[in-house]
Design a binder for this molecule. Structure first.
Ligand code: IMP
Ligand code: MG
Length: 179
């Protein structure tokens, strides 16, 4: 792995693909153990979660369902600021054990919106599984139940994560070089 340039920014290797895969092995075992008997519904948040969702699914020897949603953010006409909407959700949520699959939890604003929207649909339970978590930034009360790796408060790309659309295909995780 070597340095890459995406748009105007430079990135250097941070977490290797093998190390990341080993971390996903561990978290997948925890997910499998928890949901062995209740046919969970995994809901990947596009676009970033495609990599982790796929890597997680192929490690789960349990009966489960996977679907994907998008979060659209727009500024509403009311003064309350940004409004978020879940797009593409067609599955029945009531009574299901739902696991939201994310690429990264940073401030947690995104998962907070998703969890609020899902709660209205009366699931049996909601959990969050994220490839990465920035614990120094995340201050919400919602538990992030399954995390492959915790990282410091730096901007990263690779394995689904992008900088303005680029870098999702990079193997492993790259960190921004500040210079
Ligand atoms: P949050 O709402 O602040 O938790 O941020 C969640 C979203 O911001 C993620 O799903 C990513 O799309 C994006 N994001 C946060 N941190 C990073 C990063 O370090 N690299 C790339 N995208 C990020
Ligand atoms: Mg994202």
């Amino acid at each position: 792995m070597k340095k890459v340039t995406l748009h105007d920014k430079h990135f250097e290797p941070f977490i290797g693909a093998a190390e990341l895969a080993a971390a996903i092995d561990v978290v997948a075992e925890k997910v499998a153990a928890k949901y062995a008997d209740n046919v969970p519904l995994f809901l990947g948040v596009l676009n970033g979660s495609y990599f982790f969702a796929s890597e997680l699914m192929k490690r789960l020897p349990i009966t489960c369902e996977i679907s994907f949603v998008k979060v659209a953010s727009y500024h509403g006409t009311v003064s309350s600021g940004t409004v978020s909407q879940l797009i593409g959700l067609q599955e029945r949520i009531a009574g299901r054990h739902v696991v939201v699959v994310e690429d990264i939890v940073d401030t947690g604003n995104t998962i907070e919106h998703i969890v609020e929207a899902l709660r209205e649909k009366s699931p049996a339970s909601i959990a969050i599984a994220s490839l990465l978590l920035k614990p120094d930034v995340y201050k919400k009360d919602i538990p992030v139940d399954f995390v492959a790796m915790e990282i410091p408060n730096i901007f990263v790309v690779g394995s689904g994560l992008d900088h303005d659309g680029l870098g999702r295909n990079l193997p492993g995780i790259y960190r921004i070089v500040n210079n």
